[in-house]
Ligand binder design. Structure first.
Ligand code: ADP
Ligand code: ADP
Ligand code: MG
Length: 495
């Protein structure tokens, strides 16, 4: 049984894991870089160890140092969070060899999932539909050109090792393909140290719909419903919701069965996510498995009532799933907004620095997973995600309204945030009516509409300021008049 977990991560996800461990009486070991001396995860864990310099390669990605810390701290398990080492099968394998319980799938399964090509091949074998594209890796630009012309533009070039929206390029013609090939290769190498490219048909007007899957070490598998993550920028998710407005119970069951098959096809254990694209005609195409806890897992927790980190620990302990598919019920509607430190108007460039003051929203069915506190710093070395703001409602409208109120209450001083963008999106008729697609921002000219909204807000604010000034001056005048003795009658009396 797991008694002490080292969390090889930082920020909100490290805090998330600590919360469940505390609730279960499990000890936690935090690790931190030079940049994170004053971070909350260091304060909240049972123990904390410094592991190196700010640059991820020198700390949170330093496998030797982390393994050494696990062994010296006496931790019996490791939770990798997301990003960093979470999907590194070499690292998972080193943990296995050292008899450290890695909270996630086996190294072999992770390796299979981490290679988009091999994983697609496994899906085809299991009769799970995948996006049409090259039958295997393309060996050079010339072969990519040939395939692109066969399946016809637009196509996507994808590094099979890519992730987090990196290592993907949309190309519309031969010239763009030649350029794209270079960029994808270099992006993938700088992110994960290797690159290998596949060509995929670019599906237009699609939705990103993913399924939470859970499978124990005894082969019992379930899906815990879908999440729609179509609101994206640069192939990265911004806003997620569950249920998806286009998934009815029949579809949920049908794709859910495919998801269970997918988890079996790669002998997956623990919690993972099967991602699909849904074409405009309603067809679902598998794209990849994320072999870890997903950023957006809280919305699935809100509608299922489960604690996913507890479920992860139980599965890692070898316990059978405590429920069957038919026991799982979806309740209500949940939305997540990823509150990023970024400047929407500078092409979403990171905005970092000290945060002298912050107000975290709260209220009925409002959940905010965050590392922020007044006086903290948003570091330029790591991901721009500062907080995950989630709301739940009995209806979608209730959830949406709670989100808008929470976004209004959220105050973060010192850095630019994606909050204004989300207020604009949540107020559009397109979002309200569930007309979602992965090109939502461009399709509906959201950035222009954000500019309009901000202009209006500025005018309203200056109008309000003007009104306040007028009221004050009237009040001041009346005070002055009232306090000035009225001598007129007295003068009259004098005659
Ligand atoms: P999710 O749906 O869980 O957000 P993402 O693919 O967006 O999945 O990845 C989550 C986070 O993990 C990202 O914000 C990013 O920081 C990190 N990440 C994932 N894959 C990579 C990668 N290949 N290189 C660097 N960072 C990555
Ligand atoms: P990553 O590993 O970076 O998460 P994915 O393969 O999951 O890469 O794709 C990320 C996003 O890119 C998807 O959510 C979707 O918006 C877009 N995308 C990926 N493949 C396709 C495709 N074949 N057609 C259209 N869009 C795609
Ligand atoms: Mg993905």
């Amino acid at each position: 049984m797991i008694e002490k977990v080292l969390i090889a991560n930082r920020g909100e996800i490290a805090l998330r894991v600590i919360k469940t461990c505390k609730a279960l009486g499990i000890k936690t070991v935090a690790v931190y870089s030079d940049e994170d001396y004053n971070s909350l995860h260091v304060k909240q864990a049972t123990e904390a160890y410094h592991i190196g310099e700010a640059a991820p390669a020198k700390s949170y990605l330093n496998q030797e140092k982390i393994l050494e810390t696990i062994l010296s701290s006496g931790a019996d398990a490791i939770h990798p969070g997301y990003g960093f080492l979470s999907e590194n099968s070499d690292f998972a394998s080193k943990c296995e060899k050292n008899k450290i319980n890695f909270i996630g799938p086996s190294a072999a399964s992770m390796e299979l999932c981490g290679d988009k090509m091999q994983c697609k091949a496994a899906m085809l074998k299991a009769k799970v539909p995948t996006v049409p594209g090259s039958p295997g890796l393309v060996k050079d630009v010339e072969e990519a050109l040939k395939i692109a012309n066969d399946i016809s533009y637009p196509v996507l070039l994808k590094s099979v090792f890519g992730g987090g929206g990196r290592g993907i390029r949309l190309v519309n013609n031969d010239k763009e393909l030649r350029e794209g090939f270079e960029t994808v290769t270099s992006e993938s190498i700088s992110a994960v140290g290797k690159s290998a490219i596949i060509v995929e048909k670019f599906l237009q007007k699609t939705r990103h719909i993913e399924y939470q899957m859970a499978r124990d070490k005894h082969g019992n598998a379930v899906h815990i419903f879908e999440r729609e993550c179509s609101i994206q920028r640069r192939n990265q998710k911004l806003i997620e919701q569950t249920p998806s407005p286009v998934v009815d119970q029949k579809t949920r069951d049908r794709i859910g069965e495919l998801v269970v098959k997918a988890s079996e096809a790669v002998d997956y254990t623990n919690l993972g996510t099967a991602e699909f694209l849904r074409a405009d005609n309603g067809e679902f195409y598998f794209i990849e498995i994320n072999a870890r806890l997903q950023v957006e897992h809280p919305i699935s927790e809100l509608v299922s009532g489960l604690d996913f980190v507890k479920l992860q620990l139980d599965i890692a302990n070898g316990e059978p799933l405590p429920f069957k598919q038919k026991d799982l019920k979806m309740n209500g509607y949940a939305i997540e907004c990823r509150i990023n430190a970024e400047d929407t108007f500078l092409d979403f460039a990171p905005s970092t620095g000290p945060v002298p003051d912050v107000t975290i929203p709260s209220g009925p069915s409002v959940r905010c997973d965050t590392y922020l506190y007044p006086g903290c710093t948003v570091s330029p070395f790591y991901d721009s995600l500062m907080a995950k703001l989630c709301t739940w409602g009995q209806t979608f409208e209730e959830s949406r309204t709670r989100m808008l109120n929470a976004l209004n209450d959220f105050y973060i001083q010192g850095v630019e945030t994606s909050i204004p963008l989300y207020k604009t999106i949540l107020n559009t008729d397109e979002y309200k009516s569930g007309s979602l697609s992965t090109d939502f921002l461009n399709r509906y000219k959201i950035i222009d509409r954000l500019k309009e909204d901000l202009k209006k807000e500025k005018i309203e604010k200056s109008d309000a300021a003007l009104a306040a000034a007028i009221i004050y001056s009237e009040y001041f005048k009346s005070r002055v008049q009232n306090s000035t003795p009225d001598n007129s009658n007295w003068k009259n009396k004098l005659g």
